[in-house]
Design a protein around this ligand. Structure first.
Ligand code: ATR
Length: 273
């Protein structure tokens, strides 16, 4: 029987995960099927249980179920615990192993695909939500000279600070206090795009030759990326590489082979206009 995998979210029709995983399967000669499941709000566990009964082997989790998946897991890897969220479940009998590959996918995309080292560089991460929480561990592990998190609502940074008590490179600034330093990498991990806005980051926060990275994908030139362009940044990218890299991690966990990612990234990249 062909092994079945899926992504669950709500909404889910826009998801590129089935295309990516089927492409990986074809490229690596793996016999599997991968479907998209629209999860009903508030009924994550029942929905997943029902699909497991039908033989589901593994599941990717997207908005808004990553915290439900964290609770659902019977075991969690270090990245999942740090992120407080699970984006990949692997089923093994009664066990549901939870992992989080978002942060590692982001770090791999920046370093391997975009050839931008994090070690010794200055990094500015905008926002204090789940996306930031998942990204901090993998970014800090690469040894940036400084990693500043910009927050809009005072108090929200305290929980993040408590997660990384040993990280001397990590600091937190209100948007109004940015501008004293120019950063080599500026990452938009806010949901500002959803309301058609850019986070209020000053133009001088972008260093000469900076990389501007929007963690969202498929939204074209977002207000944040427009702002970066206005600051003179020429290297503007969205999160399509992060999406493909986290998928490759899940695929490797499930199938024991790591697919090549460059071809897939090229295939689904939409020009930023
Ligand atoms: P996610 O899980 O995708 O990270 P989230 O937990 O809702 O989403 O977090 C979104 C982040 O974007 C928050 O830090 C939010 O700021 P608040 O904590 O003040 O709500 C931030 N954000 C959303 N819109 C923003 C905007 N227009 N400017 C700056 N930050 C914004």
């Amino acid at each position: 029987m062909t092994d079945l995998y899926a992504v669950i979210g709500n909404p889910i029709s826009h998801s590129k995960s089935p295309l990516i995983h089927k492409g990986f399967a074809e490229a690596t000669g793996q016999d599997l099927d991968y479907i998209a499941i629209e999860g009903p709000f508030g009924r994550f566990a029942e929905t997943v249980d029902a699909w497991r009964d039908k033989g589901l082997r593994g599941l990717n989790i997207t908005v808004p179920f990553k915290m439900d998946a964290y609770r659902y897991a019977t075991r969690r890897d270090a990245a999942a615990r740090e992120a407080g969220a699970v984006n990949c479940l692997t089923f093994d009998g009664a066990e549901a192993e939870g992992a989080n590959y978002d942060g590692i996918g982001l770090a791999r995309d920046i370093e391997a695909n975009l050839a931008t080292p994090v070690a010794g560089r200055t990094v500015l991460v905008l926002g204090t939500g789940g996306a930031t929480r998942g990204a901090l561990g993998p970014l800090l592990a690469r040894g940036p000279a400084r990693l500043t998190v910009a927050f809009r609502t005072p108090g929200k940074e305290a929980e993040l600070r408590a997660l990384f008590p040993e990280a001397r490179a990590l600091d937190f600034l209100a948007y109004a206090d940015l501008g004293g330093e120019a950063y080599d990498l500026v990452l938009n991990a806010t949901s500002a795009t959803l309301s058609g806005e850019a986070p209020p980051v000053p133009l001088k926060a972008f260093a000469r030759g900076a990389l501007a990275y929007d963690l969202a994908y498929g939204k074209g030139l977002t207000p944040f990326l427009r702002l970066a362009r206005a600051a003179g940044v020429t290297r503007c990218v969205d999160g399509v590489g992060m999406l493909v890299e986290q998928a490759a991690e899940a695929f490797a966990r499930w199938r024991g082979v790591r697919p090549e990612t460059k071809t897939m990234i090229e295939k689904i990249t939409v020009p930023l206009v």
